[in-house]
Design a protein. Structure first.
Length: 123
């Protein structure tokens, strides 16, 4: 999720500000609450040891999805604005990097031969 990726970069203050403005446009009371939640998530991400940051990022993604889902229930117009914000964040900080997981297997009996070949995996 672009917001979690933004937490892991130097662009966090900019991302935080953009999310705050989005919440402020639709409900002023929601802005301060959303920013408190985001700040808490950001602190937990930074506090996680580097070897557990991937797990922490997954947890935060789940929390953010719940936060956004609640917002969508109360304000359906939020979806288009949030989608535009996500695209803006992604263009600024990039896509999250993930190492692809490739599993190959083969089975031959008797005098059978198994040949396997692979290529670079690209999205």
């Amino acid at each position: 999720m672009a917001l979690v990726t933004g937490m892991a970069t130097d662009a966090w203050p900019w991302v935080r500000d953009r999310v705050g403005r989005l919440y402020k446009r639709s409900a002023a009371a929601g802005e301060s609450e959303a920013l408190v939640d985001l700040d808490d998530m950001h602190e937990r991400y930074l506090a996680a040891a580097s070897d557990s940051q991937a797990e922490t990022a997954r947890d935060l993604t789940s929390e953010l999805r719940a936060l956004i889902r609640n917002r969508l229930r109360s304000d359906p117009s939020f979806a288009a604005e949030f989608e535009a914000l996500t695209a803006e964040i992604t263009s600024r900080v990039g896509e999250p990097t993930a190492t692809p997981n490739v599993i190959q297997s083969g089975h031959a009996t008797g005098f059978g031969i198994v040949n396997q070949a692979g290529r670079d995996i690209r999205k």
